[in-house]
Write a protein that binds this ligand. Structure first.
Ligand SMILES: Cc1cc2nc3c(=O)[nH]c(=O)nc-3n(C[C@H](O)[C@H](O)[C@H](O)COP(=O)(O)OP(=O)(O)OC[C@H]3O[C@@H](n4cnc5c(N)ncnc54)[C@H](O)[C@@H]3O)c2cc1C
Length: 417
């Protein structure tokens, strides 16, 4: 069976194996020269690419176990965020934050520093408390802040370099309900009040079509479970699909199409259990680059990128997404130097993105940004060393865990070998 990622931009010739037990996984790991673990294949970079073996934990049995203090839960690492948040809900528990979608495997999401939005909320990697890993020798190891501490620190954002995670201890919180509001606002107004908005709402983000003066503002706040059920829904996807198809055939129409689309009604209100409100359906395929900017440089950098797209009338068909994430202390996390503004740039998967992303990347890099590891970037080994003070320790820990480079592929070799 062949493997490709969600957007279709990465294909791998390696065989896909779905072990049904830890013993079977150990045998696969021992016998392979080269092996990559995969979750839901939602990464845009060739992180899971392998010419030999790709291991998916989709068929591994396992169950959720909640700790006695109800602050952590041990979760099969291959479970999707969708499955685990539904199971947590049954226990009266939740993740404190989630990203835009929920098909990702827990291990896959944590391995790349996947995040949502919220000034006081860190990435999913910050929720990790411990990992059970099948190492390069096929043996199972446990690591947490006290046991195999360096391995744990590296594994919190691992890119799959240290072994195959089979179970993860995750910080959890009491279950909560969320109210979502989506509305169209003038860009100038949102730009002016964004910092205030991040203080007023538990979660705030906006979507910005670069050729329009309006943005789609989305807020999420805690609400009472007795509040009324969902009323209206998200922006009309069929209309957007049509716009994309026209833009793919006639890119020069992109500015006009975006302004026309933003004149339509865009409004939504939903309420419900947090895990059902955090994720959206993403059926329109895109390619994505995301840079985590120092929080204070975020809006200015967005102005600069959008200004460049407008001046050149570039056919960037998808909106930018703008979110905030709290600082953390994870060795390879782009949030480890302070709180960030995460700017995501997307392009319709059927349209060229390489040149656009390369030019925008120069702006993001110039303003002190560091990329999301799962999304398009062109960093090399020297950039990693320059951008991450803990890179040396990360690489030394990788060498100790995997001396023969079993878990490396060409992309990861170019960064961490
Ligand atoms: C539609 C869409 C929406 C997205 N929304 C967001 C968002 O809101 N916020 C955000 O930050 N990112 C977002 N992303 C990026 C996405 O969350 C990351 O790419 C994430 O890593 C995908 O998880 P996955 O299970 O698909 O992992 P994969 O892409 O399959 O793998 C990612 C990494 O995890 C490793 N890995 C997977 N399983 C294991 C395991 N068991 N043991 C060890 N290593 C393992 C792989 O080797 C690889 O290095 C989005 C992507 C898409 C396509």
């Amino acid at each position: 069976m062949s493997w490709s990622n969600w957007s279709g931009s990465v294909a791998a010739s390696g065989q896909v194996a779905r072990p049904r037990s830890e013993d079977e996984l150990a045998m696969l790991v021992r016998s392979a020269q080269k092996l990559r673990a995969t979750g839901a294949g939602h990464s845009f970079m060739p992180l899971c690419e392998s010419r030999e073996l790709i291991v998916s934990l989709d068929d591994m049995p396992g169950a959720l176990r909640v700790a006695a203090d109800r602050r952590t839960a041990r979760i099969p690492a291959g479970w999707s965020i969708r499955r685990l948040t539904a199971a947590l809900w049954e226990e009266g528990l939740a993740l404190a934050n989630q990203g835009d979608v929920n098909p990702q495997a827990l291990a896959g999401a944590m391995a790349t520093g996947t995040h949502g939005t919220g000034a006081g909320l860190g990435s999913l990697s910050t929720f990790a408390q411990g990992f059970r890993l099948t190492g390069a020798d096929g043996e199972a190891h446990w690591c947490d802040a006290a046991t195999n501490a360096d391995l744990f620190q590296a594994q919190r954002l691992s890119l799959g370099l240290f072994g195959v995670a089979t179970e993860i201890d995750v910080a959890v919180v009491p279950a909560f309900h969320l109210a979502e509001r989506i509305e169209k606002r003038r860009w100038a107004e949102v730009r002016e009040s964004y910092e205030e908005l991040t203080q007023q709402h538990r979660h705030v983000e906006f979507w910005f079509f670069p050729h329009s003066d309006q943005v789609i503002l989305k807020t999420l706040d805690l609400c009472d479970p007795c509040d009324p059920p969902p009323r209206t829904t998200d922006m009309e996807e069929t209309a957007f699909r049509r716009v994309l198809e026209v833009a793919a055939r006639a890119p020069f129409l992109t500015p006009w199409l975006q302004r026309a689309m933003m004149r339509t009604t865009i409004k939504g209100d939903r309420r419900g259990p947090a895990h059902s409100i955090f994720p959206s359906d993403r059926t329109l395929r895109f390619e994505e680059m995301e840079y985590e900017m120092p929080r204070g440089a975020g809006l200015e950098t967005l102005d600069e990128v959008v200004g460049w797209i407008r001046r050149k009338r570039l056919p960037v068909t998808f909106p930018f997404e703008y979110r905030v994430v709290a600082a953390d202390d994870i060795w390879m996390s782009p949030m480890n130097a302070g709180p960030v503004a995460a700017i995501s740039m997307h392009q319709y998967a059927k349209m060229p993105w390489q040149r656009l992303f390369a030019d925008a990347e120069a702006i993001f890099r110039g303003a002190g940004g560091r990329p999301h590891w799962a999304k398009r970037h062109t960093l090399g080994r020297a950039d990693v060393a320059a951008l991450y003070p803990m890179a040396g320790r990360y690489i030394a820990t990788r060498r100790a865990a995997d001396p023969h480079g079993k878990f490396l592929n060409p992309h990861l070799e170019s960064l961490f070998a």
